[in-house]
Design a protein around this ligand. Structure first.
Ligand code: VTB
Length: 318
């Protein structure tokens, strides 16, 4: 794939973040998501790719744009799979809470797991923890292996989990072993990416979150050489009936990052509100500043972009 696609993807997530950045704290998650999705789609349509959205805003009949199956770009270019979450953490954005991001990932056609909108159990670590995780082991057992690999104490490790009752047992086990915990209200993609950044202070992401978010995290994990295991969690008969149509036959399969995001993968995210990974959009008179991460699995390059946008000279995405 053309490596300059990386910068194009940064433009896409910057546009989405600039658009929904106007909705931070305004208590309207629907408008925030609409603004991000519209801007993301506009910028995506200018890219030199022949893309199909495989992780998107929803099914064709429930999402007006960036729906699963939607074609993006133009014929004649490289055929790619697109995974998007124009606003990951809509509630975070609407409340002005930490860690909302605009994010996208691209893989060669057929590269992404077509995960339905359901839950996934996840365990995610950065490169130092590669080979140290097993989703079926207790969190403390995984953490002990990671502490050994990182040559640090258990007390030095920080685990991020969504703050949900379903994680009570995991939280108790982690607390008992002495590791630190960060409970978040929403948005498990940004901390997953943060495990790959040396000074982020996040060592592991654990627990049950969205499966589409799991595929986006897998793309990022692959780019920085971390490790991830994910297992789909079937809650309803409808989910069990739909999965085979999306190519999922083994309901107990443990997916690695490589299996969820195959081939030469690109990942980009721009901060909407500030978090452990990225600073949020900051407006000033006549413009705004954005903070973006862009990565590519083939080269393992991780770029952080600080970008100044002057609205007199380009669309404002409002
Ligand atoms: C998860 C998580 C997302 O929503 O999907 C969560 O992966 C929903 O979980 O990052 P619950 O059903 O337990 O609320 C996010 O936090 C935001 O989309």
């Amino acid at each position: 794939m053309d490596r300059s696609l990386a910068l194009d993807l940064a433009r896409v997530t910057e546009a989405a973040a600039l658009a929904c950045g106007r909705w931070v704290g305004r208590g309207d998650k629907i408008s925030a998501d609409d603004a991000a999705t519209t801007a993301m789609r506009q910028t995506l349509s200018t890219l030199q790719i022949d893309g199909t959205v495989v992780i998107g805003e929803g099914e064709m009949d429930e999402a007006p744009m960036l729906f699963i199956g939607e074609k993006v770009g133009s014929e004649g270019y490289r055929k790619v799979d697109i995974a998007v979450d124009p606003l990951e953490g809509t509630i975070l954005c609407s409340k002005g809470g930490p860690g909302a991001i605009a994010t996208i990932a691209i893989a060669p056609e057929g590269g992404f797991l077509h995960a339905p909108d359901m839950y996934m159990d996840k365990i995610i670590v950065g490169p130092a923890g590669h080979g140290c995780i097993n989703i079926d082991d207790a969190p403390s057992v995984n953490l002990k292996r990671i502490a050994q690999a990182k040559n640090c104490k258990l007390e030095d490790l920080t685990v991020v989990l969504l703050d949900r009752p379903r994680h009570d047992d995991a939280v108790a086990d982690i607390r008992q072993c002495g590791a630190r915990i960060k409970l978040i209200s929403d948005g498990d993609v940004a901390p997953a990416v943060a495990t790959g950044i040396l000074d982020s202070g996040i060592d592991m992401v654990l627990g049950m979150g969205g499966a589409p978010e799991g595929v986006l995290a897998a793309a990022a994990v692959k780019c920085f050489g971390g490790d991830m295991q994910g297992r789909l969690v079937f809650m309803t008969d409808e989910e069990r009936q739909r999965a085979p149509k999306m190519g999922i036959t083994d309901f107990n399969k443990i997916y690695t990052a490589e299996e969820m995001a195959q081939g030469d993968v690109f990942f980009a995210a721009t901060g909407v509100t500030s978090g452990d990974l990225l600073r949020g959009v900051r407006y000033f008179s006549g413009g705004a500043e954005t903070h973006t991460i862009v990565m590519r699995s083939k080269s393992r390059t991780i770029r952080f972009l600080d970008t100044l946008h002057y609205f007199d000279h380009k669309p404002t995405y409002e």
